[in-house]
Write a protein that binds this ligand. Sequence first.
Ligand SMILES: *[C@@H]1O[C@H](CO)[C@@H](O)[C@H](O)[C@H]1NC(C)=O
Ligand SMILES: *[C@@H]1O[C@H](CO)[C@@H](O)[C@H](O)[C@H]1NC(C)=O
Ligand SMILES: *[C@@H]1O[C@H](CO)[C@@H](O)[C@H](O)[C@H]1NC(C)=O
Ligand SMILES: *[C@@H]1O[C@H](CO)[C@@H](O)[C@H](O)[C@H]1NC(C)=O
Ligand SMILES: *[C@@H]1O[C@H](CO)[C@@H](O)[C@H](O)[C@H]1NC(C)=O
Ligand SMILES: *[C@@H]1O[C@H](CO)[C@@H](O)[C@H](O)[C@H]1NC(C)=O
Length: 400
Amino acid sequence: MMLLAMTGNAHKHENAGSGHFTKRPFSLFHSLCLLLIALAFSGQVLADCECGYQSDSPDGEYQDVFTDLIETNFARMPDISSNTDWQRQEFNVTKAKARGEYGEMFYVKDDVEYVDKNGNRASDGLQLIVRQDPIDGMVPVAEVDTARLDLSYGTFRASMKLTDIPGTCAAFFWYFNDTQEIDMEFLSKDFDHSKNTYPVNLVLQSRAAAAHGYDASQTDNFIKANLPFDPTADFHEYRIDYNPSEILFYADRELLGKMNGSNAPSPNSHGHLILSHWSNGNPKWSGGPPKEDAALVIRYVKAYFNSTEPKRTQDWSGRCKNAKAETSVCKIPVVTRENQTAKDYFFSDYADKAKNQTVYEPTSGARTFEAASGEPAYLGARFEVLAPIEIKERDLQHRE
Ligand SMILES: *[C@@H]1O[C@H](CO)[C@@H](O)[C@H](O)[C@H]1NC(C)=O
Ligand SMILES: *[C@@H]1O[C@H](CO)[C@@H](O)[C@H](O)[C@H]1NC(C)=O
Ligand SMILES: *[C@@H]1O[C@H](CO)[C@@H](O)[C@H](O)[C@H]1NC(C)=O
Ligand SMILES: *[C@@H]1O[C@H](CO)[C@@H](O)[C@H](O)[C@H]1NC(C)=O
Ligand SMILES: *[C@@H]1O[C@H](CO)[C@@H](O)[C@H](O)[C@H]1NC(C)=O
Ligand SMILES: *[C@@H]1O[C@H](CO)[C@@H](O)[C@H](O)[C@H]1NC(C)=O
């Protein structure tokens, strides 16, 4: 688009200049030079989306603009171990800490992540597998987290296919701490094919939830919604929109529920995204362990957000010279049930649409921006907080 606009401008300059310069042999060259200089001084570069990525709101209007993105097409990624945007989690949780019948062993295993149980490469995405057989009293489970710990307001989208083997909890969530956490949690034991009901738990952990012993179901910040489809049959896009006024949850762009922003996390809380698949045998929540190895398959994650790092806002101000320019703000295409075209669309596939973003490039491994380091160790993902139990502490062993 920008390129087209520029060509158009070049013609205009050429025409405008023709009266004066037609006799000069280098007139075209000359005017192009002038154009380039003019562009340089006007701060325009050959890029789109330099002022951010814009998300649609429930009424279909495009509203919130976010400065940063993380896009990962797991279906196309040969090996997650080298991906610098995601960290596989490896830590053990004892039975006592897990508050279930079993502990949990978050493990990293190259042979399961892209390979199905028959040993075939599953080309459709990253598999997070909950194993049927506990080891040393722990259920082997799996989790990946974003490496970046600077996610504030944003729209977070994950395409996932859930297991229909009862006894696991699949979770997609934004996490800062136990009172600032936004979750979508799917319990496979609650899926009922005979009744065609597929619930999802939408949870905002907040101070109000803490006051109720971290049981968000006792507050306004818990919604049990029914998915309008069988989530085990195919991939669907699950989406959390976290903005200053509201928190919205969607599946394939159908609104599942919303929560008041007055209980939302602070925009200064530097969160990250987590995808987790676990089981600890607690009959009140995950149930399980599953009777067979159960896979949650993740096809992609697309996250558009503002950063809590002042440097990122500065970079954005430097890039974004004219927020009104036609291509400076890019609309994030919508995936609906009827129209799935946008599932294959990644801004980061286009060099000029993700300028100075941090996306991992499989070929070079390069990132243009390193996530801030030296954050306090992330407190492990213990999130049975919903189960009516007295757990309040997250596991601290994780990431040493
Ligand atoms: C995100 O940050 C940009 C730059 O500071 C700002 O213009 C925009 O309004 C912010 N978006 C939201 C939803 O707060
Ligand atoms: C977790 O426990 C297993 C089995 O006891 C052990 O082999 C593994 O080293 C432990 N992992 C960590 C990260 O401590
Ligand atoms: C989470 O962080 C907020 C802001 O720093 C703090 O007020 C709150 O007490 C924290 N919650 C927990 C459980 O540590
Ligand atoms: C959110 O809650 C606050 C305080 O209770 C209230 O003033 C506000 O109107 C609510 N906003 C929405 C969108 O419901
Ligand atoms: C790109 O981002 C990095 C890291 O935030 C920053 O140091 C650099 O100045 C940015 N470059 C531009 C052109 O904005
Ligand atoms: C389907 O979605 C794509 C991407 O958002 C869009 O370009 C296209 O116009 C849509 N098709 C229909 C029939 O709405």
